[in-house]
Design a protein around this ligand. Structure first.
Ligand code: ADE
Ligand code: ZN
Length: 337
């Protein structure tokens, strides 16, 4: 057993850097919006919704995940989704969050880009009242075409000021980062930050990590823990200060040991790995639950838990001054708890 308590973890100031807003759609809100928007989701109770949550790999998860998004129809639905999440984040003492969203999952079913971004953005503004600063990362769906990504970036650039960066998610199988090299170049040219999902134990995990780092020069890797198999790439992320955002509870659905050993190995090698939630409504817990899961299963020391939280601020996309303030707040908390 780790000697780090749940109370210590809950109060620890932290940054959330790997959180899909669509993955925070709790069964209660799903049913409420289905009723309001008269969408038949095939389930009528929380138990029925939860009983559909059966997945053991990325593809089987995504096949449950995308159809559920149908219940999101109006700007206020997106606002409610995001603001509900932000209230939960505040309870986990998340001080800064960079929220992923998947516009193509909505535009492909007839919802406008503006409906999505305006609802989400308004929630990020209202996050200030919760003492959280929140920003948005727009992800491309990697199983869609390059042309679809090009159009999506075009829509996004009309809202440049509402987005801090871009990411790449969805089904990684045969969808390498390089497929989107052009969009990443165009995004970099207008100052957008860049990250890429390199999901765990994929067919080409190491090659995808290599492309993302060496060719596309991303600033973070989402998941990416398979990097332990390649010491040269580990050396590269240490040298560049690249952050790796690991999500123990979602890892636990597709891998027996939630990649805890890999996270510890990376920490011991000074890689800036940190802990996050991924799709908390689908994988059984929010950010503090993810910290607690890895802390208790792998007997983390208090120092290791603190380092994970420090890494989350250090690899976040905020100013150096703001990072300093959050790290000071974290140090004060640690001194008093
Ligand atoms: N979309 C939502 N969660 C995801 C994950 N863990 N990997 C890839 N795409 C996702
Ligand atoms: Zn993810």
């Amino acid at each position: 057993m780790s000697n780090v308590t749940k109370e210590f973890i809950a109060g620890l100031p932290k940054a959330e850097l790997h959180l899909h807003i669509e993955g925070t759609l709790e069964p209660e809100l799903k049913l409420k919006l289905a009723q309001k928007n008269q969408i038949d989701i095939g389930q009528k109770s929380i138990e029925e919704v939860k009983s559909a949550y059966e997945y053991n790999d990325l593809a089987s998860f995504l096949s449950v995940y995308y159809p559920a998004m149908n219940v999101l129809q109006t700007e206020s639905d997106f606002y409610e989704l995001a603001f509900d999440y932000l209230k939960r984040a505040a309870k986990n003492n998340v001080r800064h969050v960079e929220i992923f969203f998947d516009p193509q999952a909505h535009t492909s079913r007839g919802i406008s880009f503006e409906t999505v971004i305006n609802g989400l953005y308004r929630a990020t503004l209202d996050a200030r009242a919760l003492n959280i600063d929140a920003s948005l990362i727009m992800c491309f769906l990697r199983d869609f075409t390059k042309e679809s990504a090009r159009k999506t970036l075009e829509s996004a650039l009309k809202h440049r000021d509402k987005i801090v960066g871009i990411g790449l998610d969805s089904d990684e199988h045969n969808n390498p980062p390089l497929k989107f090299a052009r969009q990443f170049e165009d995004a970099a040219a207008v100052g957008l930050h860049r990250t890429v999902h390199c999901d765990i134990d994929q067919k080409d995990s190491i090659e995808h990590i290599r492309q993302a780092l060496e060719i596309m020069e991303v600033e973070r890797l989402d998941h990416g823990t398979n990097i332990v198999e390649d010491p040269d790439l580990v050396e590269l992320v240490v040298k560049r200060g690249i952050g790796l955002t690991s999500c123990p509870l979602s890892n636990g659905f597709v891998s027996p040991e939630m990649k805890g050993k890999e996270v510890l190995e990376l920490l011991s090698k000074d890689v800036k790995v940190s802990i996050h939630s991924d799709d908390p409504a689908y994988f059984g817990g929010y950010i503090s639950d993810n910290y607690s899961a890895i802390a208790s299963n792998f007997e983390l020391t208090k120092e290791q838990v603190i380092q994970l939280a420090k890494n989350s601020f250090e690899t976040s996309w905020i100013s150096d001054k703001q990072k300093e303030l959050y790290l000071e707040e974290l140090n004060t908390y640690v001194a008093n708890n």
